[in-house]
Design a protein around this ligand. Structure first.
Ligand SMILES: NC(=O)C1=CN([C@@H]2O[C@H](COP(=O)(O)OP(=O)(O)OC[C@H]3O[C@@H](n4cnc5c(N)ncnc54)[C@H](O)[C@@H]3O)[C@@H](O)[C@H]2O)[C@@H](O)CC1
Ligand SMILES: [K+]
Length: 518
């Protein structure tokens, strides 16, 4: 799914109106009616108090449509106009009049004294600002946002939590709605996926409002939200005539005394994802551990307790390096020589990233499309600190371009950056915040590249499957008991799930919904 920026959304709105010969007011009716349907299917006519706060632009117009449907369906609703400007849009005015024709005259909020009483057990619909936000809310509008947040009432944001920009950082964090849920139009927004906005964006979903898909594709958006739909075309099915040589040979390099588990997990992961052959190269102290834990793997050894010589004989297709490796001097010196001489594709993780950060002159030796899988702290050592999450993404983009590498920034929404392209993962949950989870990811990406996946596709698929295992596991296990080994236990289910139709999708198709304008 594409992620559009604010300008692209406005362009797609306009293009859809002209290409598809649909009026702006009908587009709004369609979009906002879907929001009403969403709420109606959950509330089923309950008498709970609903407050709809409408700005004076088209986001406010959506709010007025929702309020109209709520009135017409007998809900206990109050609608207000947040009059932060007199420049009301045409679509706002048409829907304002449609509401008045029903005999409902929304009160105007012009200052703090006009704020209505909102109770914790009510529902607020936030239709104050949407994609048209150009500066931070101030004055009584900001006060209203704070007032709503202060009640801790459940807030359903329409398109955006008001005060949040799609593609830049919030500076005044006291001027943004803290939404319980957001129904956003057509595409996810980059801001929803960044950790700095966690207080404003809780859960969200995309409402398809039918913007012109060809037009959107021709905009050539650079940001992508990775869901099952993006994974299906990446997945390579197996050929009947293939043999284990077809699926490559992964070599996992890592480990040190006390950290043999990391390299063991990565090795198991490379095997389990389907690498034809897998070898591990690790300090001698880990030899028995690895051979017993992963009998399918071949093992070569280096010095006794830490890597030093990197003199393996394995003819690998791809090397995954770093898990449990440590950064002692002899390991670092050997790593320098290894990187300078290596010609094979690489996946670089953990301490191998730290060694690159210590000696950045090595970056120029990395083969094109090397995959680096840092967590935020490792990233900071590599590229320096950042002021906010948007600047972080810019810095990673520059780094990716400067060194021709793919960066997999691990987090709640793992972000894969390949030059200007950003791929943001949709799967995963806090169960993955567990020791060894990153080592498994390194093994998965390595094992996929071994099988002939392009490094960027291996990163996208590996990250998606890694997250999906935890999502599937949570249907029958707890966050706490899920461990890195559980990722491998659920890997098969995650792969099979690629080809299952989602229950949600089936449900949407079966649901009876209110038609626009009813
Ligand atoms: N046909 C369309 O264009 C559609 C628009 N839709 C809705 O329209 C929204 C965008 O509407 P608009 O472009 O009218 O903009 P908004 O309704 O988001 O904002 C209203 C206006 O407020 C002004 N403004 C921005 N920041 C401000 C601030 N801090 N203080 C005071 N005033 C400020 C701007 O001039 C802006 O035009 C979308 O988010 C979506 O909800 C949907 O109904 C789908 C169809
Ligand atoms: K809003």
């Amino acid at each position: 799914m594409f992620i559009l920026n604010s300008k692209q959304i406005s362009e797609a709105d306009k293009a859809t109106i002209s290409i598809n010969n649909i009026s702006s007011i009908d587009l709004m009716e369609h979009a906002a009616t879907q929001c009403f349907n969403w709420l109606h299917s959950r509330l089923q006519g309950q008498g709970i108090k609903i407050h709809v706060f409408c700005g004076i632009g088209n986001n406010g117009g959506d709010g007025l449509v929702i309020a109209r449907h709520l009135y017409q369906h007998g809900y206990n609703v109050s609608c207000y106009i947040v009059n932060f400007s007199d420049k009301r849009t045409d679509e706002f005015l048409i829907n304002y009049n449609r509401l008045k024709e029903l005999g409902e005259w929304p009160p105007i909020i012009k200052s703090e004294k006009d704020f209505p009483k909102v109770a914790f057990e009510d529902i607020v619909i936030d239709a104050i600002f949407g994609n048209g936000l150009t500066r931070e809310p101030e004055g009584f509008t900001k006060k209203l946002i704070q007032y709503i947040n202060h009640t801790r009432v459940f807030t359903l944001a329409i398109d955006f939590p008001s005060g949040l920009f799609s593609d830049e950082s919030v500076i005044d964090t006291g001027a943004v709605i803290k939404a319980g849920h957001t129904l956003t139009f057509q595409t996810p927004k980059l801001a929803f996926l960044l950790p700095e906005n966690k207080d404003f964006v809780n859960t969200w979903e995309v409402i398809d409002i039918g913007l012109d898909e060809n037009f959107i594709k021709n905009l050539n958006p650079k940001s992508h939200y990775i869901t099952k739909n993006e994974i299906i075309p990446i997945y390579k099915s197996r050929n009947k005539w293939s043999h284990k040589g077809t699926y490559g040979h992964s070599l996992i390099i890592g480990g040190s005394f006390g950290k043999i588990g990391a390299v063991t997990l990565a090795t198991r992961a490379a095997l389990k994802i389907g690498s034809g052959l897998v070898s591990a190269y690790l300090p001698k102290c880990g030899y028995n551990i690895l051979q017993i834990s992963v009998p399918e793997a071949m093992v070569e050894v280096d010095n006794d307790a830490a890597l030093e010589y990197y003199n393996f004989k394995t003819k690998a297709t791809i090397i995954g390096i770093g898990p449990g490796m440590g950064t002692v001097e002899k390991t670092a010196l050997g790593f320098e020589l290894f990187i300078k001489e290596n010609k094979l594709p690489l996946v670089i993780d953990a301490d191998a990233i730290n060694l690159l950060s210590i000696n950045k002159s090595l970056l120029k030796y990395l083969p094109k499309n090397t995959v680096l899988t840092p967590h935020p702290k490792e990233l900071e050592r590599l590229i320096g600190s950042w002021k906010n999450d948007f600047e972080k993404l810019e810095k990673i983009t520059d780094f990716s371009k400067d060194h021709n590498v793919i960066v997999v920034l691990k987090g709640a929404h793992t972000i894969i950056i390949n030059e200007d392209n950003k791929y943001i993962n949709s799967t995963g949950n806090p169960a993955l915040a567990t020791a060894g989870s990153g080592d498994v990811l390194t093994g998965l990406i390595t094992g996929l590249i071994a099988q002939g996946y392009e490094p960027i596709n291996a990163a996208i698929l590996g990250v998606y499957l890694h997250g999906k295992t935890a999502d599937l596991a949570l249907q029958e296990t707890s966050y706490e008991t899920f461990t890195a080994s559980s990722i491998l236990d659920y890997l098969s289910d995650a792969i099979l799930d690629i080809f299952k139709q989602d229950m949600d999708q089936e449900k949407i198709e079966d649901d009876e919904e209110v038609e626009d304008g009813n």
